[in-house]
Ligand binder design. Structure first.
Ligand SMILES: [Zn+2]
Length: 263
């Protein structure tokens, strides 16, 4: 063996130090397909549109709750203002009624009568002004009552939608969980068929290669990184025994040969 051959032999030995018959290698592709599906399910679980909408609605609910508390507080304040305005009007009315009764009774001097007359007129003006205030306060109360009703209705609508979304999310999760459980059962069989040594290598590569540990060699192209193999690599693969576990020179993933590999 010349220096050049020995060097190539050592390199080959280092690269392809695992042997596994073709049926085990093909089972490895089944394993990869199951794991890819598991990754898709995990991704689907994390990115369900219902989850994003629930986060959005949660923010809306907090904002609505804040608005509702403020509107209810303002309404409470204004209701106290109405009571006060009403009391003020009532006091003026009573006083006016008393003055008028005294005038009707005709007790006191002409000057007293004149003073009473003057007060009754001034009380009438005061009552009119207080009633204007009361009216304005009642209008504000009406607007706030409408606002509280509107906010309560919006909040109720939001709660209904949140309940719907929670139900949709739970249903989607349950379906995904069922599929995960089914895959888990198949996976155990496939793992047994692939064998511990090859599964070990595959897992190691998969962890460091974005979830893809094994790929098909299809028409001279690595199904993992999608790069085309050069001629030197192709020659090496063509010469390799069927049970040699090949690795992509570029991405180091396990490459499984099939009838479409071109080697
Ligand atoms: Zn590759």
């Amino acid at each position: 063996m010349g220096l050049r051959d020995r060097s190539r032999h050592q390199r080959n030995h280092r690269r392809y130090d695992l042997l596994a018959d073709t049926s085990r290698q093909w089972r490895l592709l089944d394993l990869q397909a199951l794991d890819t599906r598991l990754s898709q399910i995990a991704h689907r679980r994390a990115t369900l549109p219902e989850l994003a909408e629930l986060v959005e609605l949660d923010a809306q609910a907090s904002s609505l709750d804040g608005d509702l508390v403020r509107a209810q507080t303002a309404l409470g304040d204004i209701q106290r203002e109405i009571v006060k305005a009403d009391t003020d009007v009532q006091l003026v009315r009573e006083r006016s009624a008393r003055d008028q009764a005294r005038m009707l009774a005709g007790q006191g001097t002409a000057k007293d009568m004149q003073a009473l007359q003057h007060e009754v007129e001034s009380l009438a003006n005061r009552q009119s002004a207080l009633e204007d205030i009361e009216l304005e306060v009642m209008e504000r109360a009406e607007a706030l009552t409408a606002e509280v009703s509107r906010l309560k209705a919006a909040r109720a609508q939001l709660t209904t939608r949140v309940d719907e979304l929670n139900a949709l999310r739970d249903k989607a999760f349950a379906e995904l969980d069922t599929e995960v459980a089914e895959i888990g059962r198949s996976r155990a069989d496939v793992v047994a068929g692939v064998g511990e040594d090859l599964v070990g290598l595959y897992e190691k590569i998969r962890d460091s290669s974005g979830g893809i540990g094994a790929a098909v060699l299809r028409q001279r192209r690595c199904g993992g990184c999608n790069l085309e193999l050069n001629q030197v690599e192709m020659n090496r693969f063509t010469a390799a025994a069927q049970d040699e576990v090949l690795r992509c020179e570029e991405c180091r993933r396990i490459l499984v040969r099939t009838s479409e590999s071109g080697v």
